[in-house]
Design a protein around this ligand. Structure first.
Ligand code: MSP
Length: 521
């Protein structure tokens, strides 16, 4: 039987500079979902990439005395290397300067124009250059750009417009009939109230004031406005072209999930559906508009000097530790906060103590009591049944939370498996069983601990892939499929365990903070 497909995307990151850790959340979050879906047996296609056109990039390149293409080549590589450092398992990294994309965008523009959905007009508005966005008076916050807080300027230019207004009723009806489309629910309400109900104005989709973009084929002083260029990456790279569509497009589309930040949910749930309708294409099944990561409770910005980079943090604490922090601390609905202190506390409590110690203690006990060999099951007791039924409950929690995109809760359920296993050690006190020569009980306890660790490591793999692999190596097992998690007998008696090595060495908080702050100053 053919595997069921699952197509997941992230926002494509701007190549105007190096992405900060907040920008990295998109791809780490999507990676955890993609890996989980693969574990479930889906044929996953995971696409990410870089967004490379626009005035800001043209200006930056000029400042640096290089061509825009040279500039974006450099930053596309940097973005890719950060994504790689974070061990993200994307199948494709797309760039909006890829010829396949540029050609398809030109055809999409022409198709919409011929259809009458794009028309020529004049744009008068308030323009924020860094954000490349026109705003209406009512959208400004204290007279400034609502996204970045900087000044906006009056601007007029001849431009092409997309008839967004034509799709307003259809959009409201669609969102109401498909409550699952925009997640979380509160974000759906925000989209309807703040952006759709006040009325959709036709959208400016071309520019003449700069040149770094995809030219409109039939009027080449115009270039395609960045959001029409950027959003279509989700279809052009899988073979869509209105005039010459690759058959593989229909195998992959519609996309199952777009993972994007809360600030750009609007573009994905208001503009994007209307563009797709204009092309006669089905909508993606779901858009997840996730919250943000703040540093010291404020938005990261160059001017505040509080920007943190994921790759640098991974050099200090390890990739899995950074993945853990991002995935565990940013919840479904609320922004997460990052400080070194919080990171070290989380690391020590969850990774070093709960997980690392459990694995280390268990393997060391099997070494001591059974010469490093997985024992048979001996006599069983009610306490064992309780362990199994609790783990079954955590597994249900993981599956439900993943299905509902509550990724942080799912990860906490995974840690619950390890927390519960530590509690099982306290309940069964293996060292006393050994002292009392109760070997039959001791065998069962050690077997159950190894099996609980194995099950936990399977569910850990979408979140902390390296730690999961390392656990499998230490317990010398390759039984890592989801089919094996319910019977509680997937660990093979007689297997010789490998030498235990610390998964996450405990961090001396004071010492580490002293060093980190010294280096940062
Ligand atoms: N290029 C556009 C996306 C086009 S998608 C067709 C863009 N790029 S970005 O580089 O500015 O942002 C990349 C992603 O990072 C976006 O999903 C954005 O919402 C997200 N984040 C930006 N700051 C963030 C945090 N502080 N925390 C979490 N996510 C953040 O927008």
């Amino acid at each position: 039987m053919d595997k069921k497909k699952y197509y997941i995307t992230t926002a494509i990151a701007y190549t105007s500079g190096k992405p900060h850790i907040g920008n990295t959340y998109d791809v780490v979050l999507a990676d955890a979902i993609a890996r989980y879906k693969r574990l479930q047996g889906y044929d996953v296609y995971f696409q990410t990439g870089s967004d490379e056109h626009g005035e800001k990039i043209e200006l930056k390149a000029k400042e640096n005395n290089i061509t825009p293409k040279e500039y974006v080549d450099k930053y596309a590589n940097i973005i890719k290397s950060v994504w790689d450092k974070m061990n993200t398992s994307y199948d494709k990294f797309v760039r909006t300067t890829d010829p396949i994309h540029e050609k398809a965008v030109q055809n999409i523009f022409k198709y919409m124009y011929d259809k009458g959905d794009i028309y020529k007009g004049e744009y008068k508005g308030l323009y924020c250059t860094p954000c490349e966005s026109f705003w209406t008076e009512s959208q400004l916050v204290d007279g400034m750009c609502p996204d970045c807080g900087r000044e906006v300027k009056e601007a007029t230019e001849e431009a092409y417009f997309f008839k967004l207004s034509k799709y307003q009723d259809k959009l409201i009806q669609y969102i109401n009939e498909h409550p699952e489309f925009i997640q979380p629910e509160a974000r759906r309400n925000e989209m309807i109230k703040n952006f759709i109900e006040p009325g959709l104005q036709d959208l400016c989709v071309s520019r003449t004031s700069f040149t770094w973009g995809i030219p409109v084929t039939f009027d080449d002083k115009h270039i395609v406005y960045v959001w029409l260029d950027a959003l279509t990456n989700y279809i052009t790279n899988i073979g869509y072209d209105p005039y010459n569509c690759d058959s593989k497009f229909n195998d992959i589309w519609p996309c199952d999930l777009h993972v994007v930040g809360k600030d750009i949910t609007r573009f994905h749930t208001v503009y994007w559906p209307c563009f797709l309708w204009s092309l006669g294409i089905d909508l993606p099944k779901q858009v997840l508009g996730h919250p943000w990561l703040l540093t010291n409770d404020v938005k990261m910005s160059k001017s505040l000097g509080n920007i943190v980079y994921a790759d640098e943090l991974a050099d200090k604490f390890g990739t899995d530790a950074v993945r853990y922090y991002l995935l565990h601390e940013i919840s479904y609905m609320n922004d997460g906060n990052l400080t070194y202190e919080l990171l070290i506390d989380r690391y020590n409590s969850d990774l070093a103590n709960t997980l690392g110690n459990l694995v280390n203690r268990t393997i060391s006990m099997v070494n001591k009591y059974f010469n490093g060999q997985v024992p048979d099951i001996g006599t069983t007791a009610d306490i064992d049944l309780q362990l199994k039924s609790d783990i079954e409950e955590y597994i249900n929690g993981i599956n439900n939370n993943m299905d509902n995109l509550h990724i942080a809760l799912a990860l906490d359920n995974v840690i619950d498996i390890f927390r519960r296993s530590n509690k099982y050690i306290d309940e069964t006190t293996p060292w006393i069983l050994f002292k009392e020569n109760n070997i039959d009980r001791l065998k069962t306890v050690m077997y159950n601990l190894l099996e609980a660790i194995r099950i936990g490591a399977i569910f850990l793999s979408p979140f902390l892939p390296d730690a999961s692999k390392n656990i499998f190596k230490q317990i010398n097992s390759n039984n890592n499929t989801l089919d094996s998690v319910h019977d509680f007998n997937g660990t093979i008696s007689g297997t010789k365990l490998n030498t235990p090595e610390p998964l996450f060495a405990r961090i001396d908080k004071e010492e580490a903070l002293k060093n980190l702050l010294k280096k940062d100053n």
